[in-house]
Design a protein around this ligand. Structure first.
Ligand code: GLC
Length: 447
C-alpha cells in the first residue's frame, strides 16, 4: 500500500503496521482531531510586535515603513541593533491584552516571537538579539502565554524563517552584501539555530497550540527543510496546529505541509473546500505599528470580514500592531471593543459554524450548523428575502439582538422566503437564525 504523505499523517503512523518502527518518534494525532478546536474557534488575534514597533514606521525623515523597516529603509545592522537599548515596554500588560482578545470573542492569539528582523521576544539561549539584552529583560512569550491561558485562550507562536540578523542566514539582503559580506556563512548552521529556537518555544512555555511560520519564500528554504522541521515539531508536540508557510521550494505534487492555508489580506472567493484556511487581515494597512497609517477599516467592515470568512468556512486572524511601549493603538482597542459587543450577541452564529450551503447570488451571507442556518445582513432588506433552494421549513426564525418585531419564514410563490421587521437590530451586521428540528437542506437549482 502506498499512501500519499497527507494520508499517513492523517491516519497516524501507529495505525499503519507497515510503517510502524520506521519513525518511532513520530506519533501524530489525526489531523481532524487536532484541528477540531481550531475549526470551532473561527476567530483569533495576530500580534505583530518587535523592535520595529519602537520606530513606529519612521526612519530619519521617511515615514513609509512598518515591520519591514530595516530592509526597506536599509538600516545598517549595527544601528538597528541599538534599538535594543530602547526596548522597555512599560505599558505592556499581558492580562489587558488577553482580556481584549477574550472580549473581542477570539479564541486564540498568535504572537510574533521573532519577525524577519530576527529580534526574539523571549530570552533565547541561542542569541543575544533578544529581550534579555534590553533594559526590560521581560520574557514577553512567558508573560503573554500565562495571561492567555488564564482566560482559556489558545497560544500561537508566529516565527519567521527568514532572518535578517543571523550571520548564517542566507541570502543576504541585496543592498547589504558589501557591508555584511557572506564570508563563511553556512546556512546549515542557521537551520540548527532555527531548530533550537523552535525547541525553546515548544518546551519552555507549556503546550503551544499553533506554530505560524512566515518568510519561507527565499531560495534557501526547501521542501525537504520544511518536512524535517515539521517532523521535529510533531515529535515534540503532536497536537500542535501548523500553518502552510512551513513549506519551501521544490515541493513535489501533493507535497503539502502544515494543516492550514494562509491567504493574506484577502478572503478566497469561494473558500478552499479541500483545505482548512485562515485569512490574516490588518485593521489598517500594516502589520507592525505605524503611526502614520490612519487607513482604519470601520468596525462594520471588520465584522463583515469576519462573517465573510466564516461563511466560506475559514478562520479570521485579525491583526493588532502594538506600540513600542506595549500599549494597543487606541483605534485598534476601539475596534476590538465594537467587535466584542457584536460577538457577545452573535458568537453562536460564528463559532462552531461551517460554510454556507447557499450557492449563487443571495442577498445575505450565511453560516451552517447542525440545526441552524445563520443569515447575515450587511444592508437591512426592505422586502421579503428569497431563500433559494431551502428545502426544509424552519421551526423558528430568531432575530439576534435587541430589535423590535419578529422574523418569519413563509412559503412564497418561488419557495420559502424570509419576512423581517422594518428596523435592523444593529448598525453593524444583523443576523437571523433559522432553527430546524433536524437535518436541513439547500438544493441549489441548476443553471
Ligand atoms: C508577510 C510579511 C510580514 C507579515 C506577514 C503576515 O509575509 O512579510 O511582514 O508578518 O505577511 O501574514
Amino acid at each position: 500500500m502506498t499512501l500519499p504523505r497527507r494520508d499517513f499523517v492523517a491516519a497516524g503512523m501507529a495505525a499503519i503496521p507497515a510503517l510502524r518502527g520506521l519513525t518511532p518518534q513520530l506519533t501524530v494525532a489525526p489531523s481532524a482531531d487536532r484541528m477540531a478546536w481550531w475549526r470551532e474557534a473561527r476567530f483569533g488575534m495576530f500580534l505583530h510586535w518587535g523592535l520595529y514597533s519602537i520606530l513606529a514606521g519612521k526612519w530619519q525623515d521617511d515615514e513609509r515603513w512598518a515591520e519591514w523597516i530595516r530592509h526597506n529603509a536599509k538600516i545598517p545592522i549595527q544601528e538597528y541593533d541599538r534599538l535594543r537599548e530602547r526596548w522597555n515596554p512599560t505599558e505592556f500588560d499581558p492580562d489587558a491584552w488577553a482580556a481584549m482578545v477574550q472580549r473581542a470573542g477570539m479564541q486564540y492569539a498568535v504572537l510574533t516571537t521573532k519577525h524577519h528582523d530576527g529580534f526574539c521576544l523571549w530570552p533565547s539561549a541561542q542569541t543575544d538579539f533578544d529581550v534579555a539584552s534590553t533594559p526590560s529583560h521581560r520574557d514577553i512569550c512567558r508573560d503573554l502565554a500565562t495571561a492567555l491561558r488564564k482566560r482559556k485562550i489558545r497560544v500561537g507562536w508566529y516565527h519567521s524563517i527568514m532572518d535578517w540578523h543571523h550571520p548564517d542566514y542566507l541570502p543576504r539582503r541585496d543592498w547589504e552584501v558589501a557591508t555584511r559580506p557572506v564570508g563563511d556563512a553556512k546556512f546549515s548552521r542557521y537551520i540548527d539555530y532555527l531548530h533550537a529556537q523552535v525547541d525553546e518555544l515548544l518546551t519552555g512555555y507549556g503546550p503551544i497550540d499553533i506554530l505560524w511560520f512566515d518568510g519561507q519564500w527565499e531560495s534557501t528554504w526547501t521542501h525537504e527543510l520544511g518536512v524535517a522541521l515539521e517532523q521535529r515539531i510533531r515529535a515534540r508536540a503532536p497536537q500542535i496546529v501548523i500553518n502552510d508557510r512551513i513549506n519551501g521550494k521544490g515541493t513535489p505534487p501533493g507535497g503539502r505541509l502544515g494543516d492550514f492555508g494562509t491567504p493574506e489580506q484577502e478572503i478566497p472567493a469561494t473558500g478552499t473546500p479541500e483545505r482548512d484556511w485562515e485569512s490574516c487581515i490588518t485593521m489598517n494597512d500594516n502589520w507592525g505599528y505605524k503611526a502614520q497609517d490612519t487607513k482604519w477599516k470601520s468596525p462594520k467592515r471588520l465584522v463583515e470580514i469576519l462573517v465573510e470568512t466564516a461563511s466560506k468556512g475559514g478562520n479570521l486572524l485579525l491583526n493588532v500592531g502594538p506600540k513600542g511601549d506595549g500599549s494597543f493603538p487606541v483605534e485598534s482597542a476601539e475596534r476590538l471593543e465594537a467587535i466584542g459587543e457584536w460577538m457577545a450577541v452573535h458568537h453562536g452564529a460564528i463559532r462552531g459554524s461551517w460554510a454556507s450551503r447557499f450557492a449563487g447570488p443571495v442577498p445575505f451571507r450565511s453560516t451552517t450548523q447542525a440545526r441552524r442556518c445563520n443569515l447575515f445582513f450587511s444592508e437591512w432588506p426592505t422586502g421579503p428575502v428569497p431563500l433559494p433552494g431551502l428545502r426544509t421549513a424552519p421551526v423558528a426564525a430568531q432575530l439576534l439582538g435587541a430589535g423590535s418585531g419578529r422574523a418569519r419564514v413563509v412559503a412564497g410563490a418561488k419557495g420559502l422566503e424570509l419576512h423581517l421587521p422594518p428596523e435592523a437590530p444593529t448598525s453593524l451586521v444583523a443576523c437571523v437564525v433559522l432553527h430546524f428540528s433536524g437535518e436541513w437542506q439547500v438544493i441549489t437549482p441548476r443553471g
